[in-house]
Design a protein around this ligand. Structure first.
Ligand code: G3H
Ligand code: 13P
Ligand code: ZN
Length: 311
């Protein structure tokens, strides 16, 4: 099976009240850990590449790694550009074989967001590629952009219908209280998603797939493990998985997770070096890191997304 778009997987996810995981990939071990988990659970999968990942690993390497995942798993896998910030970047990924792109013009004015999104949609649809757009601004860090909590803003449900109609986008990322990175909320806080906004969006956009960015839950065991083995992360908590589970049963069809994989991988590597200071073969310390990513993704698929057995 070749790479697929998200069209069919979102339709099934919407109707089946679950979400598909979109996991960020930067190297071979990450691609392998994620795709082994999806294969074991027979889950559909979105592997996503940020501008930074592409600059780090190179378009062709990432493309070929994801194609290898398709061959090895036989699963429906979409290759998606995460947070495309320009028409040129989206075009380059479309021309280079991605099946889905995000144009993130959420920091621009409503009219500018529509104009840029529309331009990407026209090019993408001409080439059989689907487009995710964003309305509303998440807090947190992505690539070089750092949005403070005060500058973030929830999506206004009254805008979504006009936005989707005028842009022709295929899915919409909304801001309902998630945020990027590993430092979302202070310990002791009780973060809740604005599921009332999601419900309102769903009413105005029936049968339309919604996307949640910034959906890592920041597992404390990995934060503590990193700090136990010489790290210095400030205390922080993420999005409660119970809240994400509710969103996945609603109109949310795609949930983005990156930071939790980074935490799991880093915690394992730190532990490995603490326990084996004499080792220097990368295969020795990347093997448990890859296994930790696999465990993390299996947990997300089964307990958060609910997409196990849905490939
Ligand atoms: O939302 C951003 C993703 O976590 C990707 O992060 O831009 O550092 O690759 P990155
Ligand atoms: P996290 O930082 O919460 O993992 O979010 C990832 C993301 O939204 C990628 O686009
Ligand atoms: Zn994101």
């Amino acid at each position: 099976m070749p790479l697929v778009t998200t069209k069919e997987m979102f339709k099934k996810a919407y109707d089946g009240h679950y979400a598909v995981g979109a996991f960020n990939v930067n190297n071979m071990e990450i691609v392998q850990g994620i795709s082994e988990a999806a294969k074991e659970l027979n889950a559909p999968l979105i592997l996503q590449v940020s501008k930074g990942a592409r600059a780090y690993a190179n378009h062709t390497y990432l493309m070929k790694l994801v194609e290898a995942a398709v061959i090895e798993t036989g699963l429906p896998i979409a290759l998606h550009l995460d947070h495309g910030d320009s028409f040129e970047l989206c075009k380059s990924c479309i021309d280079g074989g991605f099946t889905s792109v995000m144009i993130d013009a959420s920091s621009k004015s409503f009219e500018e967001n529509i104009a840029l999104t529309r331009q990407v949609v026209e090019y993408a649809h001409d080439h059989g590629v689907v487009v995710e757009a964003e309305l509303g601004t998440l807090a947190g860090i992505e690539d070089e952009v750092n949005v403070s909590a005060e500058d973030s803003s929830y999506t206004r449900p009254e805008d979504v219908q006009e936005f989707v109609e005028r842009t022709g986008c295929d899915s919409l990322a909304i801001a309902i209280g998630t945020s990027h990175g590993a430092f979302k909320f202070k310990p002791g806080m009780d973060p809740k998603l604005r599921l009332d906004i999601l419900e309102e969006v769903e009413k105005r956009l029936p049968d339309f797939p919604i996307v949640l960015h910034g959906s890592s839950s920041v597992p404390q065991e990995f934060v503590e493990m990193i700090n136990k083995y010489g790290g210095n992360l400030p205390g922080a908590i993420g999005i409660p998985e119970s809240e994400l589970r509710k969103a996945a049963q609603m109109a949310v069809c795609k949930i983005n997770i990156d930071s939790d994989l980074r935490l799991a991988m880093t915690a394992c590597i730190r532990q490995y070096f603490a326990e084996h200071p004499e080792h220097f073969d990368p295969r020795q310390y990347l093997k448990p890191a890859r296994a930790a990513i696999k465990d993390m993704v299996m947990h997300k698929i089964k307990d958060v997304l609910g997409c196990d057995g849905k490939a």
